[in-house]
Design a protein around this ligand. Sequence first.
Ligand code: S3P
Length: 426
Amino acid sequence: MENIVTKGLQGTIVIPGDKSISHRSVMFGAIAEGQTMIHGFLPGDDCLSTISCFQKLGVDIQMIDDHTVLVNGRGLQGLKEPTDLLDVGNSGTTIRLLMGILANTPFHSSLIGDESIAKRPMKRVTNPLRQMNVHIDGRDEGNFTPLVIRGGKTSGIDYQSPVASAQVKSAILLAGLQANGTTTVTEPAKSRDHTERMLQAFGVNVQVDGLKVSIDGGQALQGTRIEVPGDISSAAFFLVAGAIVPQSRIVLKKVGMNPTRTGILDVLHQMGAELTFTNKHEDEAEPFADIEVNTSSLKGIEIGGDLIPRLIDEIPIIALAATQAEGVTVIKDAAELKVKETNRIDTVVNELRKMGADIEATNDGMIIKGKTPLHGNTVSSHGDHRIGMMVAIASCIAEGQTVIEQKEAVAVSYPQFFNHLHQLQV
Ligand code: S3P
């Protein structure tokens, strides 16, 4: 049960490690030569699924403490044929990037995940990998789990991706690491570039030219030290909470500021949120800063186009912000929401409606009219971490009690979420 917050949210939170970067640090460490030490690792369920899959592939990975991981890399040729199923749990990043890595392994692997993963389309990765000569089979001609892969000698491709997806781009680039010739991926809009940045930190030459990324085959990775900044997608919940809960002031420490991820900041700024940035570290492989947010008067805006990939995971919490903004907010060009952990157009609209929001679904997004007072109700995460956190923040401004079903889903990306929320309630 959650109650309306009467005295505002106040305090400082150290934002947990970035999920996308944590996954990649384990994966790239596993296929590198030598050791990789990861600091600021996110021990969320998804990243633990990545660790478990690579352990089954014969990689020695040790949790030194909750946020420090040591990976004893085996090199791309050193992975072993797994004797067990590789279970990715709820994690789309794990399965799609793993498919790219397994493209180089001359053995059989079977990949499964949870109920949500079983509904998420894998053809977007299966198709280009097949063009690179990788053998993949699976339900519905390789579109859904369970999937089986036998990798081997791959050929480079020049691939025009139909979607702006970092998971697709990364899978193809990882397959390209050992391919004959050059592998190029061109996207319709720029997706997050953590793979490009981190491969360079592991000593790989990656060429980036606008929307086009290329990699030459035959390159080895060298183990390194990785510093993972806080996840801006996790910070987003408290950025919006600070803006919409009356009498709030929240400071979020060490938030990742990679420009391919900061669409939420552009949107909050345009909506009128008061944000202040300090302790900026701009010269790191992955830049970060502290962000202070104060209660703000918000106004509705239109969100679409190339901005969408820069904030795709933040749309549930942006929708909540829009219910508290004066005027209409239109979110468009976001049909990708339908193939996330849940169909996030439906889950956002249905759960916010239960709390009194004026929100309607469209084919590629949603339209929200504000400002609307919210009321408590029984709502559900539907097993989707970002829906669980969004309704929890909604409960802070809702009149009466809110019951959140399946709230444990937040552990996928933010295990300490409810502790942090309670810490801020003065
Ligand atoms: C991710 C890419 C995005 C994002 C997901 C993490 C990644 O997915 O939604 O949470 O780490 O590469 P898509 O590649 O499907 O857009």
